[in-house]
Design a protein around this ligand. Structure first.
Ligand SMILES: O=P(O)(O)OC[C@H]1O[C@](O)(COP(=O)(O)O)[C@@H](O)[C@@H]1O
Ligand SMILES: [Mg+2]
Ligand SMILES: [Mg+2]
Length: 337
């Protein structure tokens, strides 16, 4: 069997389909190299001294794990000098990181959640990296990009993807022409195309939600989960299975593989947060991938990709996955108005 690598796939997307520019192709290759390095560090675990927490907190007030910081550094360093970016933004950094003047600058913005699923690092459960690429607005004055330039709705993403560091290390990618998956061949050091058209089944009988938050949920979410739990004799007429890995990458990867619905909804806790997950680093890239795979994603009322961001670290409720089930939850929200 002839194997297609990430490089070959991207060259095809550039030359035959004109789906990516040469800069985006090279940028994705750089991100994928960084993911290889992160995956390597992850796999060393205690032997590499990468487990455990630091004393520091990130901008979200969350205790940083050593791997959160290391992964962030790997991505920053790998992407700084390539010449494809104007600036980067990360879940782990308070503000944006402009490309230093000593390096050439490009016309794109890169956003990432360097290490997703932090609570799973020390227990050897799948974790990942999520990224998103946007155009950098060109300012007539020639001034550098600023934080506001990142506040673009998810529909404007040029590319998005994630790496999952699990039993296999995989890279899942969209450049707006469907979703493809690559598996890392560790001996060769290359990403090999193993899924050339990932599609999410429209129906599902599997839901993913953190049930310990049940008492905080809004009524439509509670109604949906009650219906799932009622099983065959309930209103949905079938028995449902439940999974919750607590790494969004791993939960979304399962949904891309065999269908399902993932929910981290906004809830009624009065902390002024619109949910746990972050719009720019998690919800947008994952929603782009899920829609490109035939699924749907909303926050209860709005299509996530249409949301106009107002802050870099903004949070949002997330309901995504198999189209029919995601639409049902949207309907429950509408009926509750
Ligand atoms: O521990 P909880 O509340 O179930 O949250 C799990 C969710 O939090 C996250 O770990 C948040 O991401 P980070 O690890 O990047 O902060 C998601 O991956 C996951 O879906
Ligand atoms: Mg995350
Ligand atoms: Mg993270």
């Amino acid at each position: 069997m002839k194997r297609k690598t990430l490089t070959q796939y991207l060259v095809e997307q550039q030359r035959k389909k004109q789906a990516v520019s040469a800069e985006v192709r090279l940028l994705i290759e750089t991100v994928s190299r960084a993911c290889k390095a992160i995956g390597h560090a992850v796999s060393k675990g205690a032997l590499g001294g990468v487990l455990g927490s630091l004393e520091s907190e990130n901008v979200q007030g969350e205790v940083q794990k050593k791997l959160d910081v290391l992964s962030n550094e790997i991505l920053l360093e790998a992407n700084e000098w390539g010449g494809h970016l104007a600036a980067m933004a990360s879940e782990e950094m308070e503000t944006i990181h402009r490309i230093p003047n000593r390096y050439p600058k490009g016309e794109y913005l890169l956003l990432f959640d360097p290490l997703d699923g932090s609570s799973n690092i020390d227990v050897n459960v799948s974790i990942g990296t999520i990224f998103s690429v946007l155009h950098a607005p060109q300012h007539a004055s020639g001034r550098d990009v600023d934080e506001d330039d990142f506040l673009q709705p998810g529909v404007r993403q040029v590319a998005a993807g994630y790496a999952v560091y699990g039993p296999q290390t995989m890279l899942v990618l969209t450049v707006g022409t469907g979703v493809v998956g690559f598996t890392l061949d560790r001996e060769m050091g290359s990403w090999v195309l193993t899924d050339d058209n990932i599609t999410i089944p429209e129906q599902t009988a599997e839901f993913a939600i953190n049930m310990s938050n049940m008492r905080h949920w809004e009524a439509p979410v509670k109604r949906y989960i009650d219906d799932c739990l009622a099983g065959e004799t309930g209103p949905l007429g079938k028995d449902y299975n439940m999974r919750w890995i607590a790494s969004m990458v791993a939960d979304v990867h399962r949904i891309l593989t065999r269908g399902g619905i993932f929910m981290y909804p906004r809830d009624e806790r009065p902390a002024g947060k619109a949910g746990k997950l972050r719009l720019m680093y998690e919800a947008n890239p994952m929603s782009f991938i899920v829609e490109q795979a035939g699924g749907a994603a909303h926050d209860g009322s709005r299509r996530i990709l249409d949301v106009q961001p107002t802050a870099l670290h903004q949070r949002i409720g997330v309901i995504l996955g198999s189209r029919e089930e995601v639409e049902r939850v949207r309907r429950y929200h509408q009926e509750a108005l």
